[in-house]
Design a protein around this ligand. Structure first.
Ligand code: 4NP
Length: 145
């Protein structure tokens, strides 16, 4: 799960997907380095808590090219993150691992999870539901395999 800072969107995506499956190994990262080592944004921690998830132990890290070796699937939260990740890929196999997370719930629409950082709490409620729906689709598809 990859966003820009790894403090708002991708920590929520990580927490939500982990809560839905004990079999999938889930991690998150940011394309930027601004928040390395930081806890999730308090507004993400609070919206997660509202839905009985504790994401407060997460710490931000930066996406790196070794993630292409470790993970089968890399979900970008928005089109900027997607382009940044693709620019780091070294071959088609790595490119093929990358998708926008909302393509799970809105296939082929290339929608972005809105960056909630400069907005209010409503934005966090909105992204929670967007990510929850997308993660349900991920689980459905994974269980069919
Ligand atoms: P995120 O949100 O990418 O969902 O973690 C942001 C966090 C920090 C900043 C921007 C977006 N920032 O500009 O510091």
């Amino acid at each position: 799960m990859v966003c820009l800072g790894n403090i708002c969107r991708s920590p929520l995506a990580e927490g939500i997907l982990k809560s839905k499956s004990k079999n999938i190994i889930v991690d998150s990262a940011g394309t930027a380095e601004y928040h390395i080592g930081n806890k999730p944004d308090i507004r993400s921690i609070e919206i997660a808590k509202k839905y009985n998830l504790d994401i407060s132990d997460q710490r931000a890290r930066q996406f790196n090219t070794n993630d292409f070796n470790i993970y089968d699937k890399i979900y970008a939260m928005d089109n900027d993150n997607y382009s940044k990740i693709i620019s780091l890929a070294e071959n088609q196999k790595e490119i093929d691992k990358v998708d926008l997370i909302l393509n799970e719930s809105y296939p082929n629409q290339y929608k972005s999870v809105p960056d909630p950082y400069y907005g209010g709490e409503k934005g966090f409620e909105n992204i929670f539901h967007l990510l929850n729906n997308a993660c349900e689709k991920i689980i459905e598809r994974h269980e069919k395999r």
